[in-house]
Design a protein around this ligand. Structure first.
Ligand SMILES: *Cc1c(COP(=O)(O)O)cnc(C)c1O
Length: 452
């Protein structure tokens, strides 16, 4: 086997094997955008606009809900979904300790207190038991994230929610098209959200988000919330009457038309991606101590992000070396041309907006009706461990023609694994800082540089 690229050997992934751009843009996508340019109706408030309404209808059909509301982005989708639930200020909303920051700031946007639940280290999703353990008399909702594209344990979580009278909100930003016990994600909670960000499996040319629900009242409230509290008639004049607290989170018609065009290929792209990723994982699952993403038999994976854990015992090192071994593997893979990268450097509760209760100048925590939950790191051991011993591959595998590139990635993993002894040596001697300690240092330096 060749010398590691990290030590001066030849890369396993030749430089001309580039990551294919995502989202892929076709002639059909361009003409969809052109259609809007020529029609001259650019937002959901433009009388006679049809692209947005059509996307809403098509996505509602795809997910199997009665309604869909398109909005400006996935974070707005989540904030407006929570706003539609009309939680009283100081309510608690349970969110996973491992997710994108948006999942946890959306409750703050509606003056609710995020309470974090630890994850299951096999699925990376909140475990029903961890959810139940943090429920208090103030809990009103659970934001369930299908992290990386794998649906969470929805039946068990729904049962917990029903026992305690809580609303379930699916944050399906990473899981378009995934199915849980034959139901599409986004159809299971009371009101559910997707992102159409350029990084996601169903993308737009810019920013966008979608809200799905079967509930007529929540649908109407979400429509009002995105448009200043107004109801915009499909035809005829705008009344300018504001019925409720509203935002301006309207979607753009260009983005809707682009996504409709992407949606026409979504199923075939997903099938091809599934085949490409399966072929990669089939090879990687033979490597000792590399823990590939799991897919329980009762659900499908959307493969938005691939997360791999590393077991230090396969490198002849004790458990305390989990972080250093992962760091050495990442370094070696990157040198070979595999874009191994972290996704989240710290559990969300460790972000200073929560830890220091920044929010709206100390609110919602300072409300007389609110309570301050613990945001201390020691409450989230599984999240910490996963952040320490795992890395991800993002974006490179999304394009349906990425199969060839993923074959080279598999070569690189096999080469790196062949050199486990050298990596163990590296892990033992290289200086090491945990990702969240590193993030603390970065946070301090970035803040210092603002001069605020
Ligand atoms: C991307 C993402 C969001 C936010 O979507 P945006 O469109 O970027 O605002 C929310 N939750 C999760 C889990 C995400 O990955």
């Amino acid at each position: 086997m060749d010398k590691l690229a990290m030590l001066g050997g030849t890369r396993a992934v030749p430089r001309d094997h580039r990551i294919l751009p995502w989202p892929a843009v076709t002639e059909e996508d361009r003409s969809a955008v052109q259609r809007v340019m020529e029609g001259g109706r650019f937002t959901s408030a433009s009388s006679g606009e049809t692209e947005i309404a059509s996307l809403e209808k098509e996505w509602a059909e795809q997910v199997g809900t009665r309604h869909c509301v398109a909005v400006s982005n996935g974070t707005a989708a989540l904030s407006l979904a929570l706003a539609a639930l009309e939680l009283e200020p100081g309510s608690e909303v349970i969110v996973p300790a491992l997710s994108f920051i948006a999942s946890a700031v959306a409750p703050l946007h509606v003056m609710a207190v995020p309470v974090f639940a630890d994850i299951d280290p096999l699925t990376f999703n909140m475990s029903p038991a961890a959810i139940e353990a943090v429920i208090t008399p103030r809990t009103r909702a659970i934001v369930v994230v299908h992290l990386h594209g794998l649906p969470a344990d929805m039946d068990e979580i729904t049962a917990v929610a029903e026992r305690h009278g809580l609303a379930v909100v699916e944050d399906a930003a990473q899981a378009h098209g995934a199915r849980y016990r034959d139901r599409p994600v986004g159809s299971i909670g009371r009101v559910n959200t997707f992102s159409l960000n350029v990084s996601k499996n169903l993308a737009t040319c810019g920013e966008g988000g979608l809200i799905n629900t079967d509930d007529d009242a929540l649908h109407t409230r979400a429509l009002m919330a995105r448009q200043f509290g107004e109801l915009i008639p499909a035809r005829g004049e705008r009344s300018y009457v504001s019925h409720a607290l509203g935002w301006n989170q309207k979607p753009g018609a260009i983005q809707a038309a682009f996504t409709r065009s992407q949606l026409s290929r979504f199923g075939t792209d997903a099938k091809q991606r599934e085949a490409n990723v399966r072929a990669l994982l089939d090879r990687l699952s033979a490597l000792p101590g590399l823990v590939c993403p799991a897919t329980p038999g009762d659900r499908t994976h959307a493969w938005h992000i691939l997360r791999f854990r590393v077991d230090p015992s396969a490198f002849g090192l004790p458990d305390a070396y989990a972080g250093p071994v992962r760091a050495a593997v990442m370094r070696a893979l990157r040198a070979e041309g595999v874009p191994a990268a972290p996704y989240q450097l710290m559990p969300l509760p460790h972000q200073k907006i929560f830890r220091e209760r920044l929010g709206f100048g100390g609110y919602p925590w300072a409300l007389p009706s609110a309570r301050t939950p613990s945001y201390a790191l020691d409450g989230f051991p599984h999240t910490l461990r996963v952040i320490e011993d795992s890395f991800t591959i993002q974006k490179a595998h999304l394009h349906p023609l990425a199969g060839e590139l993923l074959t080279r990635y598999a070569d690189a993993f096999e080469k790196v694994w062949h050199h486990r002894d050298a990596l163990a040596q590296h892990a033992r001697s290289a200086p090491y800082q945990s990702p969240w300690e590193r993030a603390d240092d970065i946070a301090a330096a970035e803040w210092e540089a603002t001069g605020l």
